[in-house]
Write a protein that binds this ligand. Structure first.
Ligand SMILES: C[S@@+](CC[C@H](N)C(=O)[O-])C[C@H]1O[C@@H](n2cnc3c(N)ncnc32)[C@H](O)[C@@H]1O
Length: 219
C-alpha cells in the first residue's frame, strides 16, 4: 500500500510552532522545505536532517513525516557550528551550558519538539554527522544538509548521507549562495558537485534552498 501523503503546506499550528522556535530558517524557505519533505515522505522512507540546532526546521520535517507515517531523523552534536561559537555572528549565549561552558542546543531542541507535539515522529541522533552516516544502513527519502558550513563539514555531510538516498529521493541543501558576497561558498560547492555528478537533477529552488532529485546512481 502506498504511504499516505502529507499536505504540501503545514497546518497553521505547525507553522506557528516553527515561527516560535529558535533557529535560522526564514518562513519562505521553511515552506519550500516542507513541500519537499511532503513529496519525499511519499516514498515511505525516513527523512534525514543534518543540523538540528534548536529544532526549527526539524518541526517541518517531523510534521511531513508524521502525515506520511515515516520518521524524521535529525543529526547534530549540539555544540554549534563555527559561526555560532562565542564571539561569532550567530552566537546565542542562552544556549550555553554554564556547567560545561560550551554550547548545548539539545535541551532547547527537546522543548521545541515537545511544544510542537512532534516528539514521537523524530529520531534524534546526537553526535557527529560523518559518524552517524557511516553506521546508517537504510535507504532514505530525503537528505536535508544544513550542518557545518565549512568545506570540510559540508563535503562530509554530502559524501556521508547522499549515498543513502533512494532513487527519486530528494537532496535539499540550505544556504546555497552563488555570489560570495551573499554568504559562504561551501554549500554552493556541494550543490554544484551534486549536479555535476550526473546523479542529481534540480527540481526547484527558493532563495538559498535548493531541491535536487536523485535521478541516477553515485554522488
Ligand atoms: C545552521 S545550524 C542548523 C539550523 C537548523 N536547521 C534550523 O533550521 O534552525 C547548524 C547545526 O549543525 C551542527 N553541526 C555542525 N557541524 C556538525 C557535524 N559535523 N556533525 C553534527 N552536527 C553539526 C551545529 O551544531 C548546528 O546546530
Amino acid at each position: 500500500m502506498p504511504a499516505p501523503t502529507a499536505p504540501t503546506a503545514p497546518q497553521p499550528e505547525i507553522l506557528a510552532a516553527f515561527e516560535a522556535a529558535k533557529g535560522f530558517m526564514p518562513v519562505d524557505e521553511g515552506l519550500a522545505l516542507y513541500a519537499a519533505a511532503a513529496e519525499a515522505a511519499a516514498l515511505g522512507l525516513p527523512l534525514v536532517e543534518v543540523g538540528t540546532y534548536c529544532g526549527r526546521s526539524t518541526i517541518l520535517l517531523a510534521d511531513a513525516a508524521r502525515a506520511a507515517g515515516v520518521v524524521a531523523v535529525t543529526v547534530d552534536h549540539h555544540r554549534g557550528s563555527e559561526e555560532q561559537q562565542p564571539g561569532w555572528e550567530y552566537h546565542d549565549p542562552a544556549v550555553v551550558d554554564p556547567e560545561v561552558g560550551r554550547m548545548d542546543t539539545l535541551p532547547t531542541f527537546r522543548r521545541t519538539l515537545h511544544a510542537a507535539g512532534l516528539e514521537e515522529h523524530v529520531l534524534a541522533l546526537v553526535g557527529r554527522s560523518p559518524q552517524a552516516a557511516a553506521v546508517w544502513q537504510a535507504p532514505v527519502g530525503l537528505v536535508f544538509i544544513d550542518g557545518g558550513h565549512t568545506d570540510e563539514h559540508a563535503t562530509a555531510d554530502y559524501e556521508g548521507w547522499a549515498p543513502h538516498l533512494a532513487p527519486n529521493g530528494l537532496l535539499v541543501i540550505h544556504d546555497v549562495f552563488a555570489d560570495p558576497a551573499d554568504g559562504g561558498q561551501a554549500p554552493y560547492r556541494v550543490y554544484r558537485r551534486a549536479l555535476e555528478s550526473g546523479a542529481f537533477t534540480e527540481i526547484s529552488a527558493h532563495r538559498s534552498l535548493h531541491v535536487l532529485r536523485r535521478t541516477g546512481p553515485g554522488i
